[in-house]
Write a protein that binds this ligand. Structure first.
Ligand code: BES
Ligand code: ZN
Ligand code: ZN
Length: 496
């Protein structure tokens, strides 16, 4: 990742030095003290329309249109400004806080917009992307001219660097081609990461372990691949932790569809079927670097869904870890098979909350569009909190409701449950309901299923996301964990 140095100054923007000033234009009439070239902007035909950017090198300024002070608008605007500077031979920029009341939130948004927006994956390119920019000077002067304290802004900046970095690392995993990120290599990655991070340990279970655990559904999916499956279990355990969370990630390092083979145009991009795993691993990274006061686990089912003489087949009946039997009617509905065994394992850890993250269904993309995470589960309050956090984190999320009629569509004549619905409609929800069958009663209200099939992989750039992986799920979950810390502390204060 690009390593910018962020420096915070409790001085006015005009009093800080830098090669270039970045000015976000929030007021469409361009009446603001930071807009010093109103006439030039007019001559250039700049109207502050959505995504409009103007770089005036002689005036040493970049103007970027910003729809509002809403954090995600700030992320997009600053990311657009940086795109305009990509080829410029400059070393430093400066910028103020684009907020009228809550400075740390938009200090975070600035840093995240910069780091997420300038991400590029050039490992496999001979011509590397070069960016001369090194230093970003952030003034704590807000839109109204008030100067805020340096400490809270610095803290926000440091946290945002951690969260954006974790998101970009998740992108790296997902963007890595399947031959270079097999289940074994993903497990090695997790083991190396655990050595790097404070308070993190990694357990890796191979095929023998999966057999011992009776993970018959997970094993069946992995059977036909020469790249053997792994269960990866990362644990971040701080001293005196007050709660335990488990994030279960779908880690299909490749999904060919198996014998229910995908058509070739749908197979490309299926290296991204490990996005849930990449997110879970990097939630652990962020939790450790942020020193969160909670025990956080990542449980990852890493496998390749391939074809071969020993492949699992439509018509097979599998015995899952829970003991429930599953009729296979489509080998391309493999994610739920890996996840049902991992979720069963995860419940043995007795979590306070358990989320699974998975590129589970094309149907979720049809239902919500490619920008939005599908949220499913029984706990309405929890879903409401996720929706609130979604707005802060900049990741779009929407709830898809379960119902008893959809649930019936998973009935099987030969086994306890079928791995696909008997109807072509409501596929995202029936996949969620399949998983629900493996959630024990005492965990029903502690579980959420996040279908990230839409936003995990970007075909055409949007916002501050470039084509390729987006690191979907990392920010939503980390912001949620941080929100819980905040809520716990505020409750505490009230009691006092
Ligand atoms: N990995 C896919 C889901 C997917 C589709 C992710 C598009 C990202 C983009 C999953 O394993 C799958 O193939 N699901 C099937 C389920 C069907 C057979 C019931 C699907 O969505 O078509
Ligand atoms: Zn599939
Ligand atoms: Zn899949």
């Amino acid at each position: 990742m690009r390593g910018f140095e962020f420096k915070v100054f409790d001085k006015k923007v005009d009093e800080i030095g830098a090669d270039i000033e970045i000015v976000l234009i929030v007021d469409k009439n361009m009446n603001h003290r930071w807009v010093k070239d109103k006439n030039i902007l007019k001559i250039c035909g700049f109207k502050a329309k959505e995504d409009e950017v103007l770089f005036l090198p002689e005036d040493r300024v970049v103007y970027s249109s910003c729809a509002s002070f809403y954090p995600d608008d700030v992320r997009v605007a600053v990311s657009n400004a940086f795109k305009a500077l990509k080829k410029a031979k400059i070393k430093s920029v400066k910028i103020g806080l684009y907020t009228e009341n809550c400075p740390p939130i938009n200090a975070r948004a600035l840093v995240e917009g910069i780091l997420l927006g300038t991400y590029s994956f050039d490992k496999y390119k001979s011509d590397k992307d070069d960016f001369d920019l090194e230093v970003v000077n952030i003034s704590t002067e807000d839109y109204n001219g008030k100067i805020y304290d340096k400490d809270s802004t610095t803290k926000a900046v440091n946290e945002a660097v951690i969260i954006a970095n974790a998101t970009n690392k998740a992108k790296d995993i997902v963007n890595t081609p399947p031959a270079d990120m097999t289940p074994e290599k993903l497990a090695n990655y997790a083991e190396d990461l655990a050595k790097e991070l404070d308070g993190v340990e990694c357990f890796v279970g191979d095929e023998k372990f999966l057999e011992k655990e009776k993970m018959g559904a997970f094993l069946a999916v992995a059977k036909a691949s020469v790249n053997k499956p792994r269960l990866i279990h990362l644990t971040y355990k701080p001293k005196n932790s007050t709660k335990r969370f488990v994030f279960v990630g779908k880690g299909l390092t490749y999904d060919s569809g198996g014998l229910s083979l995908k058509p070739s145009e749908h197979m490309v991009t299926m290296k991204a079927d490990k996005s849930g795993a990449a997110a879970a691993i990097n939630i652990i990274r962020a939790a450790s670097e942020l020193k969160l006061p909670y025990e956080v686990h990542a449980v990852i089912g890493a496998a390749e869904n391939m074809i071969g003489g020993n492949a699992y087949k439509p018509d097979d009946v599998l015995v899952s870890r829970s003991g429930k039997t599953i009729e296979v009617r489509n080998t391309d509905a493999e994610g739920r098979l890996v996840l049902c065994d991992c979720l069963d394992y995860a419940q043995d850890l007795e979590p306070d909350y358990m989320f699974d993250l998975a590129t589970l269904t094309g149907a979720c993309v049809v239902a919500l569009g490619e920008y939005t995470i599908g949220v499913m589960g029984h706990n309405t309050k929890l879903k409401r909190l996720i929706s609130k956090v979604s707005k802060k984190s900049g990741e779009l999320a929407a709830s898809l409701p379960f119902n008893k009629y959809l649930k019936k569509l998973l009935k099987s004549d030969i086994a306890d449950i079928s791995n696909i619905s008997s109807s072509r409609y409501g596929g995202a929800i029936t996949a969620g309901l399949f998983l629900d069958n493996f959630i024990r009663d005492e965990y029903k209200d502690k579980w959420l299923h996040l279908d990230i099939a839409g936003p995990a992989y970007i075909e055409k750039s949007w916002g501050y996301n470039q084509p390729g992986a987006s690191g979907a799920g990392v920010r939503l979950c980390v912001y949620w964990l941080k929100e819980l810390v905040y809520l716990e502390n505020s409750v505490h204060k009230e009691v006092k």
